[in-house]
Design a protein around this ligand. Structure first.
Ligand code: ADP
Length: 204
């Protein structure tokens, strides 16, 4: 059935090789991919880190990226002097198999400030896409920003992420990107993207 096209493996990801091209993409159209696994293994032009305001590393995907990239990344991040919530900054990738790391600072979710959270989350995605294009990246993989420690409900974050990407791809610089991948890690994000992707990118 059509919906099978949108399902990805619900099992834990297999141990990834040292470098992995993001093969398990399920295309929603030929430029959108959904992947489940460790973003640090992806051979893609840019990966997007869920960073904090300090840009000096943290837990979750941020910790994994800094560990895999090596100390050069932290050295470069120190020069950046932090980043505002809802925005992003770009660095080299050091020992990672990607070419660039974009450090986006998502909002800490607050159910009393849903509108602001949405705007900040959308700002992370749009700034990251803009930075990717400015730095000649043609492919980009996003971690599920804010949906870990920052507490953004996956089912609310996914449509913001997908809508912002869709708007960018339809805009003036959209044709400068060949591939946008949503890199999920936990089942709740897999479920959220499986639910929302077909709403924004209906099957052709
Ligand atoms: P935040 O503080 O923005 O919530 P987290 O790192 O806690 O950032 O979580 C962001 C997302 O990254 C979560 O969905 C989490 O499951 C996911 N994640 C954690 N480790 C990895 C990894 N190695 N690769 C890809 N995604 C990851």
């Amino acid at each position: 059935t059509v919906s099978l096209l949108y399902r990805i493996n619900k099992l834990a990801p297999p141990a990834a090789p040292a470098t992995a091209t993001p093969k398990p993409f399920k295309p929603f159209n030929d430029r959108i991919g959904l992947y489940r696994g460790d973003i640090t293994k992806l051979q893609i032009d840019a990966i997007v880190n869920a960073a904090n305001n300090s840009l000096l590393g943290g837990g979750g995907v941020d910790g994994a990226i800094h560990r895999a990239a090596g100390s050069g990344l932290l050295r470069e991040c120190r020069q950046l002097r932090g980043c505002d919530t809802g925005s992003a900054k770009i660095t080299g990738a050091y020992n990672l198999p990607c070419k660039k790391v974009i450090h986006a600072v998502g909002p800490i979710y607050d159910s009393n400030l849903v509108k602001e959270c949405e705007e900040d989350l959308a700002g992370c995605y749009s700034t990251s896409l803009k930075l990717a294009v400015e730095n000649e990246c043609k492919s980009i993989a996003f971690s599920a920003l804010s949906t870990g420690v920052y507490g953004y409900p996956s089912n609310d974050a996914a449509p913001v992420a997908i809508r912002t990407v869709k708007e960018f791809l339809e805009g003036g610089d959209g044709d400068k990107l060949d591939k946008v991948v949503f890199c999920t890690f936990t089942q709740k994000d897999v479920d959220a993207y499986n639910h929302w992707l077909p709403h924004f990118f209906p099957p052709t």
